[in-house]
Design a protein around this ligand. Structure first.
Ligand SMILES: C[S@@+](CC[C@H](N)C(=O)[O-])C[C@H]1O[C@@H](n2cnc3c(N)ncnc32)[C@H](O)[C@@H]1O
Length: 298
């Protein structure tokens, strides 16, 4: 597929090519022809290649959507997605899974603060950092909070990308619930967040209770990007890609990690999620000085 270059903060709707009309077929297993047609049609419509995701899991999740819509086939489901934008967003929600929180896996942020960032800051005072698969922003805001604490006047470049345009719009608002902030040190909560007056937030834990202050929100460049198709920038000091690749096929993961390495400067770090490993990392020119932190060494 031809790679697309996006400009930062370009979240506007692009014209999507119309999918071909699909013929009927049956449906309840990942190898069914109508699921194959569905994957093709989604690729044409969005550039998202569902065959790069683990087939059984993706099929299970999406078949559940077919059933919930009261339909029998993926052909019918695609027609529904074409007709109703809300259904299209629901499909994206279902395939992406946006679970996150600020300071998720606190020990990794400790290691970042005490080992990785000081090492990086020794060679460059202004870092270039990327949160890849940032969901509603908890990860890039955590990075921003730490960098703001460590380098009061640093002019760092912070990029945050996700495939899901709707979740990016949410990320730009910097809104978080009580549960999202449970690992945020109280001092940082006070310094960098406004508390919202939500009288009923104790009754409804999904209501946001905190918002990152506007000056800070503007420091992150958010943009839509498909990690499996779009072009990457280079010269990053740190890339965080955590809990994103779990549903990718092994081949897709391998290719992605190769691309991440090229996007790092020598000496830069890639942080992966707590269940993830880079198989054969030495061959990619990485070492692994701290669990889940990989450093480009050549
Ligand atoms: C579980 S969240 C991870 C959020 C954060 N990194 C963390 O660890 O808390 C996974 C995110 O990956 C995004 N994602 C899934 N496939 C993607 C792709 N091909 N390109 C970019 N983002 C993708 C989803 O939209 C979702 O927001």
């Amino acid at each position: 597929m031809e790679q697309k270059a996006y400009s930062w903060r370009s979240l506007s709707n692009e014209a999507l090519p119309k999918a071909e009309t699909m013929s009927k077929g049956v449906t309840a297993n990942p190898a069914s022809p109508d699921f194959a047609r569905f994957k093709q049609a989604i690729y044409k419509k969005t550039g998202i290649d569902l065959s790069l995701y683990k087939s059984q899991q993706m099929h299970r999740r999406l078949y559940n959507m077919v059933e919930r819509a009261g339909l029998r086939t993926f052909d019918e489901y695609f027609a529904l997605i074409e007709q109703e934008e809300q259904e299209f967003f629901a499909f994206l929600d279902r395939m992406t899974i946006n679970v996150s929180e600020l300071f998720r896996n606190p020990e990794k942020w400790e290691e970042l603060t005490h080992s990785v960032l000081p090492e990086l800051l020794k060679t460059r005072s202004n870092l270039k950092v990327w949160s890849a698969g940032c969901s509603y922003g908890a990860e890039p805001y955590t990075l921003l909070l730490l960098l703001s604490q460590m380098t009061k006047y640093g002019r760092h470049t912070l990029h945050a990308t996700d495939i899901d345009k709707k979740i990016l719009a949410k990320a730009q608002e910097g809104l978080f619930t009580e549960a999202d902030v449970k690992n945020v040190p109280p001092k940082l909560l006070e310094e960098y967040f406004h508390t919202l007056s939500q009288p009923n937030s104790h009754l409804n834990p999904t209501l946001p209770k905190y918002q990152i202050k506007p000056g800070l929100r503007a420091k992150i460049g958010f943009r839509q990007q498909n990690l499996l198709a779009d072009r990457f920038e280079n010269d990053y000091d740190l890339i965080c890609c955590r809990n994103v690749v779990i549903y990718f096929t092994d081949e897709a993961k391998e290719r992605l990690y190769e691309q991440f390495v090229k996007s790092l400067r020598v000496g830069g770090y890639l942080l992966v999620g707590g269940t993830e490993r880079i198989v054969g990392y030495q061959n990619l020119g990485l070492d692994n000085p701290i669990p889940f932190f990989y450093r480009r060494v050549r």
